[in-house]
Ligand binder design. Structure first.
Ligand SMILES: NC(=O)C1=CN([C@@H]2O[C@H](COP(=O)(O)OP(=O)(O)OC[C@H]3O[C@@H](n4cnc5c(N)ncnc54)[C@H](OP(=O)(O)O)[C@@H]3O)[C@@H](O)[C@H]2O)C=CC1
Ligand SMILES: Nc1nc(=O)c2c([nH]1)NC[C@@H]1CN(c3ccc(C(=O)N[C@@H](CCC(=O)O)C(=O)O)cc3)C=[N+]21
Length: 303
């Protein structure tokens, strides 16, 4: 197989560090004018898979200088009680943003809860209003993972205008918003899903391939144009022969890196940048809360 001199891994941890430093500096400045509240993470029921990224979010918040509160609600909590608690957070000016961790138990209607989070506190960009705004090219509060994918394409230095991008996977929280955001940046976007006749036929002619499916090693080197950028969003837990758990992306990284111009590793690629985008969204949410007078009344009361 040909090895291309220009292949390189994109270091998501370095991108994360840069963004978190910027966000931290901005929060330091913002605090001189207005109090900055805390982020509240809500998990419903125990879930080991959620724990990893909640821990990463907590670390990211610390590095951005933001208080982070982790709540775990009982697995048998009712939908009504969840909504009541979310409404309390909406009204609490010390709560900057609400993160509703997925998955939730089967009896909980997650979309309905996401709608209950006030758009000004929707730091994950999951409220239907936030997702709808993406159609209008208003991408300031976009879903963090989709935003991370776009950020990592920018990191390659490729000009997004006119770029041929193939998005593999079209879920509501990742693939669809990522496709819209890339369109907003001027890319020509093809979206593939499980009914696409030949994903390889599309991906092979793309300048950038973004993958969010959830199947380890779905994307091999024969599916990538030499020199293309590959953004691997997949996070799949697999156990090795000794029973130890590892995470793998959707891309066969070792083989694809021989062909690709740029590739994001897993771990150390999209995951850390997703956490950074969450903190950037928190900053945007704070600014919007100030601009809309949301924090004014409370501050006057405490003066
Ligand atoms: N790094 C991060 O921050 C995050 C990572 N993830 C990871 O990203 C991956 C995807 O997550 P998510 O979008 O929530 O997953 P979903 O299961 O919601 O969506 C998967 C998508 O892949 C499509 N698909 C399934 N099989 C194929 C196939 N063979 N070829 C092409 N498309 C296919 C599905 O299409 P259809 O609907 O037509 O079946 C669907 O649109 C997971 O590994 C998840 O862990 C998710 C969120 C955040
Ligand atoms: N409401 C909600 N918001 C989410 O943001 C959300 C979600 N639900 N459900 C599941 C996915 C998954 N996800 C990850 C984010 C970061 C890492 C991450 O930081 N990963 C590191 C380290 C992984 C490790 O330490 O094992 C890495 O890839 O390098 C992983 C996974 C967020 N998700």
């Amino acid at each position: 197989m040909t090895t291309y001199a220009d292949h390189r891994l994109i270091d998501g941890r370095a991108v994360q560090a840069r963004i978190l430093n910027e966000v931290r500096d901005e929060f330091d400045r913002a605090r001189e004018s207005w109090p900055v509240g805390r982020l509240v993470s809500v998990s419903i029921g125990p879930s080991p898979e959620i724990e990893v990224y909640v821990r990463n979010q907590a670390r990211g918040a610390e590095r951005a200088g933001l208080p982070f509160e982790q709540q775990v609600w009982p697995a048998d909590i009712t939908q009504e009680e969840c909504k009541r608690r979310i409404a309390e957070f909406n009204d609490d000016s010390d709560v900057l943003g609400i993160i509703l961790q997925r998955p939730v138990p089967a009896h909980i209607h997650v979309r309905s809860l996401q709608s209950a989070i006030h758009p000004l506190k929707d730091v994950e960009g999951m409220n239907p209003a936030s997702i709808g705004n993406i159609v209008y090219n208003d991408i300031a509060l976009a879903p963090c993972t989709a935003a991370a994918a776009v950020e990592l394409v920018r990191e390659t230095g490729l000009k997004l205008e006119g770029l041929e991008v193939v998005m593999i996977g079209h879920s509501e929280i990742v693939g669809k918003p990522a496709a819209f955001m890339l369109m907003a940046e001027g890319a020509t976007v093809t979206v593939c899903h499980h009914m696409t006749r030949s994903v390889a036929m599309h991906s092979r002619r793309a300048d950038v391939v973004v993958v969010a499916v959830g199947k380890p090693h779905l994307i091999g080197p024969d599916m990538i144009k030499p020199g293309a950028a590959v953004i691997d969003i997949g996070i799949n837990q697999v156990s090795d022969a000794d029973g130890r758990l590892h995470i793998l992306g959707d891309v066969d990284t070792d083989k694809v890196r021989e062909v690709a111009g740029w590739i994001t590793p897993v771990p150390g690629g999209v995951g850390p940048v997703t956490v950074a985008m969450l903190m950037r969204n928190a900053l945007t949410a704070h600014k919007r809360q100030v601009a809309s007078g949301w924090l004014r009344q409370e501050t006057l009361q405490t003066c």
